[in-house]
Design a protein around this ligand. Structure first.
Ligand code: GDP
Ligand code: ZN
Length: 470
């Protein structure tokens, strides 16, 4: 990342054409830059309509200028937002003009009151908001998760995390650990009465209540992570068993809003659908054969991709065709697919689904599988329920918040340290030092979530995945 003290500028709106486009500048001492760009003095946090000036005084465009002097701004620094017409050329001109005006300012004053304005890196505005204590780390991550949300439930949960719902839970837990740590540290100072002291304060009860509270937050964070990451489902089965029909039926009206999947080929069709707001990424493998059976290079690549998707899947739906049961060639191909799946060690992920039940009304109830009719869209609910169950989804009564795998892992580590602390407490006396140490580690694990303890490379990793201008 570049120097965190330079003022930065970026086009904040998405590339391409749009009704409105925004150029955003953030930095300290930006007030000096304003007269070069706009005519009227800008009243803080008010919209001003007017011209955006080129160096020769001509208008690049007319639009709204918004001025947020720090620290009452998104980043905590001075922020200027220019809302212009949303064409790529207009916005590039405005961006270039901001850079030019800042450079001229340096020349005119001789002493650069403003460090050189530069282009913002991805997520740099939000990074500054974090560094200036406008947001904690979990909230900053929620900004990106809100932008990237693929279902309404994911978006609403991200919005709750952004407003601090998750952070508050974590903070409340941290406060309780702090109290317990203070108690233990105080006890260490008076070794002769330590056991009495901890017993009177019910250290054990406090620790247990803390673990329960932590468990509740962990459960919700796991759901939140699922809302963010979604689950991977692959449809496997012979040609014509109804994989495409099933994907369409599942998608139905519930197609998620975004379905960008890179590397989609004629052999592999992927879509993101949603079940109760959980994004479900479904990949349709066109048939399924071993690489060795491929008739040409293109097919071989397709098959390799299919197997990659299958290896990464949470659930592999093995789709069967009830209308062809008992036919020799069909059964042989079934056995061959089952064998491949077994050789790839995919037993645990397998879910057997029997399609076209309308064509085999008298088919016996099949053990351990779901029967449905993809064409009419019948029997899908049972499938949806099983998929959610396999994902570990449980609809919790409280409002959800979005979370990341990294948060879930930190909460798990905290849980583990508290369990160790409890063990030391049970053995008392000689282990108080160890107890104190486990509590410290538990405290630190929670701090990683909100960023109270966080390494620079973690920040780089988190913010580099943001879009430019956010
Ligand atoms: P895929 O090759 O596995 O993707 O299979 P398709 O989805 O393309 O379906 C193959 C054929 O089976 C199509 O003609 C579908 O209309 C038909 N089909 C799919 N599901 C059903 C079903 O539940 N009942 C009946 N009768 N036909 C179905
Ligand atoms: Zn198909």
């Amino acid at each position: 990342m570049g120097d965190a003290h330079d003022p930065v500028v970026a086009i904040a709106t998405a590339p391409g054409r749009g009704a409105v486009g925004i150029v955003r500048v953030s930095g300290r001492g930006l007030a000096a830059l304003l007269p070069a760009l706009v005519d009227a003095p800008l009243k803080p946090r008010h919209a001003h309509y007017g011209a955006f000036r080129a160096a020769d005084g001509s208008a690049i465009d007319h639009g709204l200028a918004l001025w947020f002097p720090g620290p009452a701004s998104y980043t905590g620094e001075d922020v200027l937002e220019l809302q212009a017409h949303g064409g790529p050329v207009v916005l590039q001109l405005l961006l270039a003009r901001c850079l030019e005006a800042a450079a001229q300012l340096d020349e005119r004053t001789g002493l650069p009151r403003l460090p050189r304005l530069r282009l913002a890196e991805p997520g740099e505005f939000t990074l500054r908001a974090y560094l200036n204590d406008k947001l904690d780390l979990a909230q900053a991550e929620a900004v990106a998760d809100l932008i990237d949300a693929s279902t309404e439930a994911a978006a609403r949960s991200a919005s709750r995390s952004l407003s601090g719902a998750f952070s508050q839970d974590v903070h409340a837990l941290r406060e309780r650990i702090v109290r317990l740590r203070m108690l233990v540290e105080a006890t260490l100072d008076f070794p002769e009465e330590e056991i009495d002291f901890l017993q009177r304060a019910d250290a054990h009860g406090q620790l247990r209540a803390l673990s329960e509270g932590l468990q509740a937050v962990l459960d919700r964070a796991r759901q939140g992570a699922l809302l963010r990451e979604g689950m991977q489902v692959v449809l496997a089965g012979q040609p014509n068993v109804g994989k495409s029909s099933l994907l369409n039926a599942l998608a139905g009206a519930e197609l998620a809003i975004v379905t960008p999947v890179a590397g989609t080929t004629r052999d592999r069709i992927a879509q993101t659908i949603q079940i109760q707001g959980v994004p479900v990424h479904v990949t349709d493998t066109a048939g399924l054969r071993d690489e060795a059976q491929a008739s040409d290079e293109v097919e071989r690549i397709g098959i390799t991709r299919s197997w990659e998707a299958i290896q990464a899947a949470d659930v592999v739906v093995f789709l069967h065709d009830l209308s062809r049961r008992g036919q020799a060639d069909y059964e042989a191909a079934e056995a061959s697919i089952a064998d491949s799946l077994r050789r790839h060690g995919l037993q645990a992920q397998l879910l057997h689904v029997h399609n076209k039940r309308d064509l085999a009304p008298e088919a016996p109830a099949l053990e351990g599988g779901i029967t449905l009719c993809a064409r009419q869209g019948e029997g899908l609910q049972a499938l949806r329920d099983v998929l959610l169950e396999r994902a570990g989804w449980q609809s919790l009564p409280d409002g959800l918040f979005i979370a990341r795998t990294r948060h879930v892992e930190a909460l798990r580590r905290c849980t583990a340290h508290l369990a160790l602390a409890d063990g030391h407490l049970a053995q008392q006396a000689q282990l108080l030092d160890l107890l104190a140490e486990e509590l410290r580690l538990a405290h630190e694990a929670l701090g990683e979530i909100t960023g109270a303890f966080s390494a620079d490379d973690l920040l780089g990793e988190i913010f580099s995945r943001f879009c430019i201008g956010k």
